[in-house]
Write a protein that binds this ligand. Structure first.
Ligand code: SAJ
Length: 432
């Protein structure tokens, strides 16, 4: 086996997963080359900086770049291990698009040699790793690919999904258990030896197909469970009951663990991946499909509740607190908070203020609506109406005396002491 400093690794895609992964592998001593289509990303990384906000990532990247174990480029070079971490979006009809994965495989084919290992980490529909194998077989007929003939293969191909939580990526990259699915058991063992170099969690081997479905299952599980909480929040509204209290009380049961309602589900994973399962087997996935619709429907419900609150107080400014898809991060992808803000800006642009400590300027969709980005202190001074869309710590810590007189729509349940609750699928708290 190659020593850490002899091992050459190429990571394709330097996004939210690829860059932290490349940096963590580089820290273990391997020589890592990160490939990205964006010149700007490549230049940023090579200068030891980062283009995404993630706890401790800047220090790690500047360290490994300075030590020379991580560099970036737009063109590929030969290596021992290739890690694919590119996006897998879906199209209009929710059909998964694995075009970037196949493009990455094509790029790898140009420099692939006997003895190399290819690992796909991108969330992918079941069967994608086999498609990668088939493509490589076509592009490199001189190399024997795994799982096609009885004989030993020249290269190993495996699927190992990333499972890290934004905001905790560097910790979870090391500590989480990994599921490693080989096209053949031999491929799985080869990939396992690679992950053992930098992962502290348990590494469990299986088939590529099982590992692909495991990843989709994890995110569908979370989506279905958040949908349950969101549905309950609407029922509690009808009943005039505080949903946050009900969930707290129900969760005292030893076998009940309900998640938190909110303004909908965002991010690039949980709002997307369940569709890969629905698309693969539409007949047998009514629950997963319905959960997606319940979570998207919750966003519409929040928009209607917020609009009603704003209309009830004509002329006064209101503050939307948060745009990120969840607390304490700067990621606005598929953010329900941004969707709510956008819908409200279309109707009440001039009256709208936005507080988002993680945005230096308003995102383009809000830029020309008349809405203004302000800080939390100004919002407390100027806005009698507050729509809480994200549970950033900064908002959570605003004490009651600073918001006692506000009309509040709290979609995240961060201010349980806010006086005079008027429910709306979440405690809508009107003062005065
Ligand atoms: N949310 C709620 N209520 C909750 C929990 C979350 O409304 O009780 C919302 C969040 O506000 C956010 C969305 O759901 O809008 C998703 O947030 P999240 O923290 O549940 O998950 P992500 O998208 O940041 O990361 C998920 C994780 N998957 C699981 O927990 C099963 C992570 O481990 C995966 O690596 C990641 O997806 C991924 O890349 O697939």
């Amino acid at each position: 086996m190659l020593s850490d400093s002899e091992l050459k690794v190429v990571v394709l895609g330097l996004g939210y997963i690829g860059l932290p992964t490349a940096a963590v592998i580089a820290r273990s001593g391997a020589r890592v080359l990160g490939i990205d289509v964006s010149e700007t990303v490549v230049e940023t990384v090579n200068s030891g900086r980062v283009h995404i906000e993630e706890v401790d990532l800047d220090g790690l990247v500047s360290g490994v770049v300075a030590r020379g174990t991580l560099r970036a480029a737009t063109t590929i070079e030969p290596a021992d291990v290739f890690v694919i971490a590119v996006p897998t979006p879906f199209g209009e009809d929710h059909a998964p698009n694995i075009g970037y994965v196949l493009q990455a495989a094509t790029t790898i084919a140009a420099v692939l040699k006997a003895g190399d290992t290819i690992i796909l980490e991108s969330t992918s529909p079941v069967g994608t790793t086999e498609e990668v194998r088939d493509l490589l077989a076509k592009l490199r007929p001189d190399l024997r690919v795994p799982g096609r003939t009885g004989e030993a293969a020249d290269v190993a191909i495996a699927y190992c999904p990333e499972r890290v939580l934004p905001g905790r990526i560097l910790v979870e990259l090391i500590d989480n258990d990994r599921v490693i699915g080989g096209i053949t058991p031999r491929c799985a063992r080869k990939a396992l030896a690679f992950y053992r170099r930098f992962v502290r969690g348990a590494c469990v081997t299986t088939t590529a197909r099982a590992a692909e479905m495991t990843k989709l299952t994890e995110n569908a599980f979370r989506d279905v469970n958040i949908a349950f909480a969101n549905e309950l929040s609407l029922v509690a509204d009808t009943m005039g009951v505080d949903i946050w209290e009900v969930i707290r009380l129900a969760n005292r049961h030893p076998r009940v663990n309900i998640l938190q309602p909110g303004p909908g589900v965002g991010g690039h994973c949980i709002a997307v991946d369940p569709w890969f399962l629905v698309h693969a087997d539409p007949q047998n996935t009514p629950l997963i499909r319905t959960a997606r619709m319940v979570n998207d429907g919750k966003t519409d419900h929040v928009i209607a509740a917020a609009a009603a609150l704003i209309e009830a107080r004509p002329g006064v400014p209101f503050a939307c607190l948060g745009l990120a898809f969840k607390a304490n991060i700067d990621d606005f992808r598929e953010s329900p908070a941004l969707k709510v803000a956008q819908a409200l800006a279309e109707r009440f642009g001039e009256r709208m203020r936005v507080v988002e400590p993680y945005a230096p300027t308003l995102p383009p969709v809000l830029a020309t609506t008349g809405a203004r980005l302000i800080d939390i202190d100004t919002a407390i001074e100027q806005c009698p109406i507050m729509i809480v869309l994200v549970d950033h710590d900064m908002f959570r810590s605003v004490p009651l005396e600073e918001r006692r007189d506000k009309a509040v729509l709290d979609t995240r349940g961060i201010w349980p002491d806010q006086p005079r609750s008027v429910a709306a699928g979440m405690p809508l708290r009107l003062a005065g």
